[in-house]
Design a binder for this molecule. Structure first.
Ligand code: CMP
Length: 140
């Protein structure tokens, strides 16, 4: 199914100069970038983005981290884009991520894991709308 998903290069990924590497891997796997921007979230914006994790012990630390520096937000489009993006990223915990995945190759921490990708069609819809309006999405 043709899907859209939201991916973020997190502050650690931007700091490690991995923006191009992350996008290259997505494009090489056949995903198409249909919206893209760089921004820095406030603590409140990060809390809103990760609201589903509000009761987790890592919520405060995660939202501090996600508002600590610039991120790159993008919408990826393609067949099975949600699963494909997650496959390319690897498991949340880089120690469990498969070889050749972004997190296995570049993450050093369960929290500072370089990238984010939506985990379901429902979260993709919500997360895309968090950063982009329908007018920001290009068709080509
Ligand atoms: P992400 O895919 O963006 O979704 C939630 C984020 O919370 C996750 O990546 C990590 O950055 C962070 N995270 C998940 N589990 C933990 C954990 N056990 N400890 C700290 N951070 C976590």
């Amino acid at each position: 199914m043709l899907e859209r998903t939201l991916s973020l290069v997190k502050p650690d990924g931007v700091g490690k100069r991995l923006i191009g590497e992350v996008i290259r891997r997505f494009e090489q796997a056949g995903l198409k970038v249909v919206a893209l921007k760089m921004l820095r979230m406030t603590k409140e914006e990060a809390k809103g983005f990760y609201i589903v994790h509000k009761d987790k012990p890592f919520y405060d630390s995660l939202t501090d981290f996600m508002s600590s520096g610039p991120i790159v937000a993008m919408v990826l489009e393609g067949e099975g884009a949600i699963a494909k993006c997650r496959e390319i990223m690897g498991a949340t915990d880089y120690r469990q991520a498969a070889e050749g995945t972004i997190r296995r190759d570049f993450a050093t921490d369960i929290e500072k894991n370089v990238v984010h990708g939506s985990d379901s069609p429902e979260s993709a819809t919500r997360e895309i709308a968090y950063f982009f309006s329908e007018l920001d999405i290009v068709h080509y």
